[in-house]
Design a protein around this ligand. Structure first.
Ligand code: NAD
Ligand code: MN
Length: 477
């Protein structure tokens, strides 16, 4: 049964949402040349602010500022650069509630997640790379690792500030300067981060933020003044970017989609596995590239496991993302909701069986109830394509070999999960899975010391940890 809870909404008084936001270029906020667009709260469809639409000229101005700042920033000692990064990390901690509320308002994800996961991890990333800034020669990448120059960074809307931190913290620690473009539906925390850069007295031009849509991103990655492209988003756009930079001197990392298998063996600790499966697909409404969107359950325990899973999913609370008791927030945009609906209908049409959690959807905003498809076969679209929503596709297996074969039968290879009591099986299965990250008896655990990235159509390059420095350094030169 579900317990009744009194409403516990987080106050929004901690954050001031401005009516207009402009680009952050050369340490100052400045108007663009191409007008503006509106950004909304996806949970209510309420207007939040107007934001500048970045033009080719705006991008050009930002790249010039970054290029000019690079001379001094790269010549600064690592320990001096580290001081700025430590300062930024501390200010993020001090202003964490403000950042968490703004992220929830603009993204639709629950405050419980922004407050307890996103923002603490953002600070942790800056602390981690602050520590690397004066130790680059001990990172195992040669005696004198040198920065590349200006990094052009394009990020998605599912973890707006966390993806910013994955991009900006290692770039700056390594001595590069950056121009970052946040996603068009979630630009606000990046612009609050720009204020934090000012507060930290970061030298002008080291961080530049240009807002806008895909055309702004395209202008940035195609700009001849950048030396490095870092992209997180869809495989489709990733492919276009790989083509656009082919034959140039630009170094590239691509973090793309996923269709992770979460494999549950019949000796798994059941309660833990249920929590892990739920966290794997319903955390952040399933807007997670490494989401455990394919559940592989061993046939011998299937009925029992599914019964427990349905019961658990029915206790998830969907609703106001600002309420501290909310587990499932809003879908980030009307477009994303349409995509989730389209793929779910494809699941019905392909012959899978749909189960939907019993919960009421708010009248306004973009919502999708937790959904589980069974009777899924490997050829179904819902078994192959990334849904990027709260939709789980369930399949079964009999033997470990069958589980491995099914798990690897995907164009993607970002992450995977293994649930079993048996340590030797964890090692055997993990080493056979073509996935960048494999979690054992846990899922969706992130740590700034740990590298993250994919195989196959999930992209290339690693972010996080010591490995995350490499894409921002001239190595072996
Ligand atoms: P997207 O790839 O279109 O957008 C990601 C970022 O790239 C945004 O900032 C966008 O403005 C920018 N962009 C778009 N076109 C560009 C171009 N031609 N050149 C440079 N930048 C460009 O992703 P989306 O449309 O928001 O989402 C679509 C799907 O992508 C989702 O359903 C999901 O499957 C996947 N996705 C994956 C991740 C991830 O973390 N791996 C994140 C977001 C979306
Ligand atoms: Mn797109």
């Amino acid at each position: 049964m579900t317990f009744e809870y009194a409403d516990a909404p987080e106050s929004t008084s901690v954050v001031t949402v401005k009516s207009n936001y402009r680009h952050f270029i050369n340490g100052e906020f400045s108007a663009g040349t191409a007008g503006e667009f509106a950004t909304i709260n996806p949970a209510t469809e309420e207007h939040l602010a107007h934001v500048a639409q970045g033009s080719t000229q705006d991008v050009d101005r930002a790249v010039s500022a970054a290029r000019e700042a690079f001379t001094k920033w790269s010549a600064m000692s690592g320990s001096e650069r580290g001081k700025y990064l430590f300062r930024i990390a501390r200010i993020i901690q001090e202003r964490s509630r403000e950042l968490a509320v703004l992220e929830t308002l603009n993204n639709g994800k629950p405050i419980r997640e922004t407050r307890d996961v996103d923002i603490p991890l953002v600070a942790a990333h800056f602390f981690h790379y602050a520590g690397w800034a004066d130790k680059l020669e001990y990172a195992g990448m040669g005696p004198n690792p040198a920065p590349l120059g200006v990094a052009g960074q394009v990020i998605p809307w599912n973890f707006p500030l966390l993806m910013l931190s994955w991009k900006i913290a290692p770039a700056l620690a390594a001595g590069n300067t950056v121009v970052l473009k946040p996603a068009e539906t979630t630009p606000l925390t990046a612009l609050l981060f720009a204020e934090i850069c000012q507060q930290a007295d970061l030298p002008p031009g080291v961080v530049n933020i240009v807002t806008g849509d895909g055309s702004t991103g395209k202008a940035l990655i195609e700009h001849s003044g950048i030396d490095k492209v870092a992209f997180t988003g869809s495989t489709e756009v990733g492919r276009q970017i790989a083509q656009a930079v082919a034959g140039t001197h630009k170094k590239v990392t691509l973090e793309l989609g996923g269709k992770a298998a979460n494999i549950v063996f019949d000796d798994a600790p059941v309660d833990q596995a249920i929590e892990g499966v739920v966290n794997g697909i319903f955390f952040n409404q399933g807007h997670v590239c490494c989401a455990g969107s394919r559940l592989l359950v061993q046939e011998s325990m299937y009925d029992n496991f599914m019964e427990l899973l349905y019961a658990r999913v029915n206790t998830l609370r969907l609703g106001n993302p600002l309420d501290k008791n909310t587990d499932i927030g809003a879908i980030n945009s009307a477009a994303q909701l349409a995509k989730i609906k389209e793929l779910s209908i494809a699941g019905d049409e392909d012959g899978a069986t749909r189960w939907t959690a019993t919960c009421e959807l708010p009248a306004k905003g973009f919502w999708f109830a937790p959904t589980i498809f069974t009777e899924v076969s490997q050829s179904h679209r819902i078994a192959r394509e990334e849904i990027f929503g709260p939709v789980l596709s369930v399949m079964t297996f009999r033997t470990p070999d069958e589980a491995i074969e099914k798990a690897n039968n995907s164009p993607f290879g970002l992450s995977a999960g293994i649930w079993t009591e048996k340590g030797s099986r964890i090692l055997q299965v993990a080493s056979s899975l073509r996935a960048g990250v494999v979690w054992a008896n846990t899922f969706n655990k992130f740590d700034p010391t740990s590298p993250f990235g994919g195989y196959k159509e999930s992209g290339y390059g690693r972010e996080g940890g010591r490995h995350g420095l490499e894409p921002y350094l001239k190595v072996g030169a």
